[in-house]
Design a protein around this ligand. Structure first.
Ligand SMILES: Cc1ncc(COP(=O)(O)O)c(C=O)c1O
Length: 424
């Protein structure tokens, strides 16, 4: 147990009972029914503050923008604003969420491969600071809108870098993916924008991975980007003011476990990018900030043995804990009762992919036990579905270590009515 919790400073076993920020699990659960999600506000704050502090040692011109798609709950967006973070959005819905949280337009980055004309007009009318272009057709459309308004629109262009084949293979977003534009075509977009009287190309953007834990990857990427920027500046006479490295960092606890150091990343950026003092370095972390800032508390509904294997089924499942390649759910007991038979933990859904962890756990588990699932914050609630089950309530464990409901659970009766909406 101790091994699992050592990279989570907010967790501790005292007399075999799990404490979260010094609170026992049943005092967090109070009278609420499982399953629930708990947003650890303090962890989100410390993740953001430490990231900024460690990067700023080497990068005085830094802008950190939370990727809202990782988890769009309003409470998180309010916290992001309090912490002075920007917000990265991919749609009008997310843009409006950012506005609702009081994020100012100068702190918003708008990404996405197929922004509608209405979205672009809205963004341009609101003077969104960073409009990130993904194709030539989008560039032409923005030029048209800017011309009609009689303005010069600053833009940044998302490119897919040229990397070693082995590195490329490991990336989530590959060369032939729908996102970004190949680096050589990217040059054409920059040239086009440079010639236009209504466009001003000011920055390079790239985002190709998630759950990254490798300094070698960043070294390779930064060497490529430095050369790319040098070509744009020297050959095309384009002044690059912003370099956006996208999101992609693994969570704070995963990075701590892997030995990756944020201070070293800052050093890599400042030493590999020329004239760093003239450039704003932008990061768009989602997973890094939010993944380990959420836990779930769940109850074991059933246990069984089959094919020599023990299973424990919890009351939370894959409709919210989405089984994606990059998730790191870890299951630990509320009360450690000693070593037990190796057990696989799955959710209640009648689906084979509804398993919470790839590895089995080795502590004793019985029906009715409470379990805590770690690393539940990224791409769970924002991608969740009413797939067979209602989505659980979300509470914030606030700065005073008090529980506040921030999103009620779905109501089954309402779900049934919605399904039959429009039927007579
Ligand atoms: C453009 C862009 N920036 C940032 C992110 C956040 O990525 P991560 O959660 O891996 O940090 C994403 C995620 O898909 C993205 O598409």
């Amino acid at each position: 147990m101790l091994d699992t919790v050592k990279n989570y400073p907010y967790l501790e076993y005292k007399s075999n009972k799990l404490h979260i920020y010094n609170k026992m699990v049943d005092s967090i659960l109070e009278k609420n029914k499982t399953p629930i999600f708990v947003y650890l506000e303090e962890r989100f704050r410390s993740n953001a503050l430490e990231l900024e502090k460690d990067l700023k040692k080497n990068l005085p011109n830094l802008f950190i923008s939370y990727a809202i798609k990782a988890n769009f709950l309003g409470r998180i967006l309010h916290n992001a604003k309090q912490l002075g973070l920007g917000i990265e959005v991919m749609s009008l819905f997310e843009l409006k969420l950012a506005h609702e949280a009081g994020i100012s337009n100068k702190d918003i980055i708008f990404n996405g491969p197929a922004k509608t004309k209405e979205e672009l007009e809205y963004a341009i009318n609101n003077e969104i600071e960073y409009l990130n272009i993904d194709s030539m057709n989008e560039l032409v459309l923005i030029e048209k809108i800017a011309k009609m308004k009689g303005i010069v629109q600053p833009i940044t262009i998302r490119i897919h870098p040229l990397l070693d084949e082995k590195t490329e293979k490991k990336m989530l977003i590959k060369k032939n993916s729908k996102l970004g534009i190949d680096y050589s075509r990217g040059i054409k977009l920059f040239e086009y924008a440079k010639k236009s009287v209504n466009l001003n190309p000011v920055g390079v953007h790239t985002h190709i991975g998630t759950n990254l834990t490798s300094h070698e990857f960043y070294e390779e990427l930064l060497v490529f980007l430095n050369k790319y920027i040098e070509d744009l500046e020297k050959k095309q006479g384009i002044v690059i003011k912003t370099l956006n490295l996208g999101g992609g960092l693994a969570s704070k606890s995963t990075l701590d476990e892997s030995g990756f150091q944020i201070t070293k990343l800052g050093k890599q950026i400042s030493s590999l990018i020329d004239n760093i003092e003239d450039k704003m370095i932008i990061l768009e972390p989602g997973r890094y900030l939010i993944e380990d800032s959420f836990i779930a508390i769940t109850k074991v509904l059933r246990t069984k043995k089959s094919w020599g294997r023990k299973w424990a089924f919890t009351d939370i499942g894959a409709n919210t804990l989405i089984p994606m390649r990059y998730t790191h759910y870890k299951v630990i007991p509320e009360r450690y009762k000693g070593k037990g038979q190796y057990t696989n933990v799955g959710g209640p859904l009648c689906l084979p992919v509804d398993v919470l962890t790839d590895e089995s756990v080795d502590f004793e588990i019985d029906e009715e036990d409470l379990l805590v699932v770690l690393n539940c914050g990224a791409y769970t609630i924002s991608m969740s579905e009413q797939f067979g089950y209602p989505r659980p309530a979300v509470f914030a464990l606030n700065q005073e270590k008090k529980m506040e409901l921030i999103k009620p659970a779905d109501d089954i009766e309402k779900m049934v009515k919605e399904s039959f909406w429009g039927n007579t």
